[in-house]
Write a protein that binds this ligand. Sequence first.
Ligand code: PGA
Length: 220
Amino acid sequence: MNDSLPFVIANLKANKTWQEIEVWLDEVAKTAANFPGTVVVCPSYPFLKVAALEIKSASWRIKLASQDVSKFEQGAYTGEVAASQIKDICSYSIIGHSERRRNFGEDDQTLTVKVQNAIAAKLMPIFCVQDENTPIPHGVEIVAYEPPSAIGSGNPDTPENAHIVSQKIKEKGDHTVIYGGSVDSKNAASFLKKGIIDGLLVGKSCLDPQEFTSILASIK
Ligand code: PGA
C-alpha cells in the first residue's frame, strides 16, 4: 500500500446529514493537516461526491471511502451502487463489515465478487474480518480485524489479542492490518504501540469530531 501509516478510518455509518458532515470535515481537517498517516472518512453514498469536491477545493488531507459497494456492475439493480459509479470520487470501499454480513446476509462468495468489482474499478477494498480464520479474497491489501463482540459495544479486544490476530493475518499474505471495535481516544494508542497493527477503524467514537481528533492526536 502506498498511503502513509497509521491508516485511520472514520466510519460514519448511517449517521449525519450533509450539514453535520461539513462541520465534521472542517473540524477534522485541522488535525488531519499535520497527521503523519492517512485519514479516511466514510460518509453515506449521497454525500461522497459533494465531500470529494469540498476536500479538493480546500486541499484537505482527508481521503474518502464508501461503506460498501454492490456485487453487481452497472445495470438493472435498483438501489445498488456499482464500483464504477464511485471510483472517481473515493479511493477505498469498506467491504464485508460485520453489520453487512449480519443484517444483509453477505456471505464469503458475495464478498469475493464485491472485492473483484472494486479492484476492477481501481477502488481499494478495506476488507473486514472477524478473526484470522475469515477467508480473505485474492487481491485484498488492507484488512480490518473487527471482532463482532467489540463493535459498538464499548468492549474492545485486548491489545494483546489484537496483536496476535493481526500478526496471524499478516502471515497469511502481504496485508496492511487495522483494528476496529470500540476504539476511543483512551485506548487508540495501545493498539498501535507494537507496530504490528497499522491503523484503526473507528465507528461510534468518530461521530464527535473532537473525540476523533483526540484519537488522531494520541497516535501521531
Ligand atoms: P465502533 O465501530 O467503533 O462503534 O465499535 C467500529 C466499526 O463498526 O467499524
